[in-house]
Write a protein that binds this ligand. Structure first.
Ligand code: URP
Ligand code: ZN
Ligand code: ZN
Ligand code: ZN
Length: 465
């Protein structure tokens, strides 16, 4: 049998270990793994590593962010950047605009994404209202339609839910078999610290970090886990930034609870001191939870190596820096409170983990694949179609050159932001080709022209064994 495409000569990171073999692709699926395969198109991948295409299950694209504020990426830019960073699927969030229902929000996001994407896309929901229509009708209907995960917030005015509301939302997740993702930071404590800082004249970007200290996150992590225990649901804690929050997760697992955990590149590469860079430059690093300390990098690494973390995502949330619709929002120079939260990172997530993890000997290739693709697919209902190089799965593959060394440069990236928090960061190991369902979507840093990405409906989460 002649395949449409054969990839030859790569070390292939499969679901059951790394082997040297050919990958035969037909009709967008992986048709064979073997030797001496034939194909109409042959991709010579000698010296390269074939990884499952990255799945970034935590990105924000075109999300409403307050009056006058605009995210730097639409779906074309966000998914172009993702594809250039070795990704084949992204999971952005669907946040209803003020006065709109969750169903309307889903329709609006689908319309924005459809026909514009260079990766496959599937949406998580954000639940910010707990009225009877949302919890009794819209949310169950959307979960049944394949939107099988949603995020709740314990911080941000207008988004944060009370404990009672979180319990009510978790109850819907339990009835409908959906995954709850929690942003765990204590809003009241933050507000208290923010008021105090402002009264003391501590208003620069750095004070975004000092007003969201570790206990704010640790307490909310503990509370979120307790609420999930009370409601009887599994839970995913997203963007964990420090060792104390990690310990809450480990203790919960020791009690027999099902808690999954995600961390992000910013928590192993940036510190709060980055928010203190000269003048307003620190605003480039404002995200929540904030980057911590070098000691916390060690804690997070321990969690990555020892399996505390299931997911390594970007939390890509891009704003432009010198732009009044971005970080330089009205009032942002007067107080950090007005700086939009979030940093761009969908294109740099995988190279950072590969370079810092695989090349530096902290992570095996298999663990890299699990943290960046397989576990995302399993937890969010995309497995076995997505997340692993195996026969029958979509032919979503990133070819990596493990020896290619060059620094991260804004000029080389494809997002809509006008900066990267990692300017000059040295990387060894870059994806050189991204393949989505058999179609090349990036070659040597150049994105494909055709928006071949599709929307993915998802099944119920598979709980990792
Ligand atoms: O600062 C961040 N992380 N912004 C994105 C929204 C969120 O909380 O994930
Ligand atoms: Zn969050
Ligand atoms: Zn200060
Ligand atoms: Zn986020």
């Amino acid at each position: 049998m002649t395949h449409d495409t054969v990839i030859t000569g790569a070390r292939v990171v499969t679901a059951s270990g790394t082997i040297s073999c050919d990958i035969g692709i037909s009709s967008g699926k992986i048709a064979s793994l073997g030797t001496d395969l034939t194909g109409t198109e042959v991709i010579d991948a000698r010296g390269l590593i074939a990884m499952p295409g990255g799945i970034d299950s935590h990105v924000h694209i075109s999300q409403p962010s307050g009056p006058g504020i605009e995210m730097a990426d639409d779906f074309a830019a966000g998914t172009r950047s993702a594809a250039c960073g070795g990704n084949t699927t992204v999971l952005p969030f669907c946040l209803p605009e003020e006065g709109h229902t969750l169903r309307e929000a889903v329709a609006a996001y689908r319309a924005k994404a459809d026909g514009n994407c260079l990766t496959d896309v599937s949406f998580h929901l954000i639940v910010k209202e707990t009225d009877p229509v949302t919890l009794g009708q819209d949310l169950p209907a959307l979960i049944q339609a394949g939107y099988t995960s949603f995020k709740v917030f314990m911080t941000y005015a207008g988004l944060a839910l009370s404990d009672r509301q979180i319990l009510d939302v978790m109850t819907v997740a339990k009835e409908q078999n959906a995954m709850v993702m929690v942003h765990a930071e204590n809003e009241d404590a933050i507000e208290f610290l923010r008021d105090k800082a402002e009264r003391a004249g501590e208003t620069g970007p750095y004070h975004h970090a000092t007003t969201r200290p570790v206990p704010v996150e640790r307490e909310a992590t503990h509370r979120a886990i307790s609420l999930a225990e009370i409601a009887g649901v599994p839970l995913t804690i997203v963007h964990v930034s420090n060792g104390e929050a990690m310990e809450e997760i480990m203790r919960a697992r020791q009690r027999g609870l099902t808690v999954f955990a995600e961390t992000c590149p910013q928590y192993i590469t940036l510190t709060a001191d980055d928010l203190d860079r000269n003048g307003f430059d620190g605003a480039k690093y404002v995200c929540s939870p904030p980057p911590r300390t070098r000691d916390e990098w060690d804690n997070i690494w321990r969690g990555i190596e020892q399996g505390v973390f299931d997911l390594f995502s970007s939390d890509h949330c891009p704003f432009r820096f010198l732009d009044t619709a971005g970080k330089d929002a009205p009032g942002a120079r007067k107080t950090f409170r007005n700086i939009p939260n979030g940093i761009p990172g969908v294109e740099t997530r995988l190279p950072i983990l590969f370079s810092e993890g695989v090349v530096k000997g902290r992570l095996s290739l298999e663990r890299f694949a699990a943290l960046t693709a397989t576990n995302h697919a399993r937890l969010y209902g995309l497995y076995p179609r997505k997340g692993a190089i195996m026969v029958g799965a979509d032919a979503d593959i990133a070819l990596w050159d493990p020896t290619l060394s060059k620094p991260i440069k804004q000029a080389d990236l494809h997002h809509g932001s006008d900066y990267t928090p990692w300017e000059g960061f040295e990387i060894t190991g870059w994806p050189v080709r991204t393949i989505l369902r058999g179609i090349t979507t990036m070659l040597n840093g150049v994105p494909g022209k055709d928006a071949v990405g599709q929307h993915l409906s998802r099944t119920a989460p598979e709980l990792l064994g």
